[in-house]
Design a protein around this ligand. Structure first.
Ligand code: NAD
Length: 260
């Protein structure tokens, strides 16, 4: 049985942890060559070791700070040089700053850093991938937004929420612009997921319960559940899907009152 991403090459940012790590492993399992990009060299190298021990020669690490345009451009060039082409980009790296709060308390430095990584990082990932995707005859780009891009929260992280709203709007417009070039753009909108990014932030049982009451399934999602969605959006199975806000959230955005 050929894999679902046989003969494809993917660039995945934030591949050292959480959703990016699970997606990198899953994509490799499906026959894809994966460029694992992360700012954390140790985590990125460990990710590639784990993947290649299961699927030899399927992954390579490149150190990238998505908040630096030159790094992002170099990662795209690396993918083409090492694996011959680029078909899939998963712009997944993102941060949630611990000092991100409401309109009055959030420092400008926190705001700017969040935008630099979460918004400019995604823009640069799209900008530099486009010529490579054209050379490959088309492709699929998945940008990680969040459910907070479509629902307000009384537990504020204003810079983060704003950045994810920008990712959603950017992705939709790119999808429309490039639809006739066979380049698809979709936004993945995860609900609350049990990864270091969220669990470091929700560091007490009270904070966790404050969120969980709103999730009909009554649990946090797992990184692999986002990776499975990313795999679908990356593969040709989603060939008529572009410009979507692809929500994977345990029913959170559909809920008014949840079961007891
Ligand atoms: P995570 O913290 O587990 O992993 C993020 C990875 O990105 C880490 O390996 C980190 O080193 C890397 N990274 C951070 N800054 C980077 C930079 N400047 N350049 C390159 N790599 C960088 O996080 P996760 O939960 O897997 O989140 C992945 C994406 O999903 C993020 O965009 C996040 O905003 C989004 N998301 C997460 C949740 C959640 O509940 N976990 C919900 C909605 C959206």
């Amino acid at each position: 049985m050929p894999g679902r991403l046989e003969n494809k090459v993917a660039l995945i940012t934030g591949a050292g942890s959480g959703i990016g790590l699970e997606a990198s492993f899953l994509f490799a399992r499906e026959g894809c060559k994966v460029v694992c990009a992360d700012i954390n060299g140790k985590a990125g190298v460990a990710a590639v070791e784990r993947i290649t021990s299961a699927y030899p020669s399927s992954a390579k690490f490149v150190k990238v700070d998505v908040g630096k345009e030159a790094d992002v451009a170099a990662a795209v060039a690396f993918a083409e040089r090492e694996f011959g082409a680029l078909h899939i980009v998963f712009n997944n790296a993102g941060i949630m700053h611990s000092a991100d709060d409401n309109a009055e308390t959030t420092e400008e430095t926190v705001w700017d850093l969040t935008m630099q990584i979460n918004v400019k990082g995604v823009w640069w990932g799209c900008k530099h991938a486009l010529p490579a995707l054209r050379r490959a005859g088309g492709g699929s780009v998945i940008n990680t937004a969040s459910f907070v891009a479509v629902r307000g929260a009384a537990t504020p992280q204003l810079a983060y929420t704003t950045s994810k709203g920008a990712v959603l709007a950017m992705t939709r417009e790119l999808a429309v612009i490039h639809a006739r070039e066979n380049i698809r753009f979709n936004a993945l909108c995860p609900g609350p997921i049990r990864t270091p990014l969220l669990m470091d932030f929700l560091n007490t049982e009270d904070k966790k319960q404050r969120r969980l009451v709103h999730v009909p399934m009554g649990r946090f999602g797992e990184a692999i559940e986002q990776a499975n969605a990313a795999l679908f959006l990356a593969s040709d199975e989603s060939s008529f899907i572009t410009g979507t806000d692809f929500v994977v959230d345990g029913g959170l955005t559909a809920a008014y009152v949840t079961p007891e």
